[in-house]
Write a protein that binds this ligand. Structure first.
Ligand SMILES: [Zn+2]
Length: 116
């Protein structure tokens, strides 16, 4: 679990910022002659956008990406929540080079990818 805390901190900070911005906008609108419906909708959409961005940041931070280095090959693997062992296995799957392939596999990455 030691890897978990830095990710969570970033997410919590991003969510707090979203909440603060949403609150500040709500507060400023409330000072003006704006209807409750407009204030609620502004607060909701600001908060929703902020939380969405916080979620995307967390996703990007916790996602490992491996792309095949072979030219004209578009195979790539994105992994979330994988253990170091699983990541090594996925990396091997994604980055197998043509000279190491088994000819019977019919492709650089062979049958292993299709079996997943
Ligand atoms: Zn490839």
């Amino acid at each position: 679990m030691p890897q978990r805390s830095p990710r969570k901190t970033v997410t919590v900070v991003a969510e707090a910022v979203a909440l603060l911005i949403s609150g500040a906008i709500t507060f400023q609108l409330a000072e003006h002659d704006v209807s409750v419906a407009v204030i609620i909708s502004a607060a909701c959409s600001t908060l929703a956008t902020g939380l969405y961005l916080a979620n995307r940041i967390e996703e990007a931070r916790s996602t490992t990406f491996y792309a095949c280095p072979a030219k004209s090959c578009t195979v790539s693997i994105r992994a979330r929540g994988a253990s170091p062992d699983e990541l090594r296995r996925l990396r091997a799957l994604a980055t197998v080079l043509p000279d190491t392939q088994n000819a019977d596999d019919g492709g650089v990455h062979g049958a292993d990818v299709r079996r997943q």
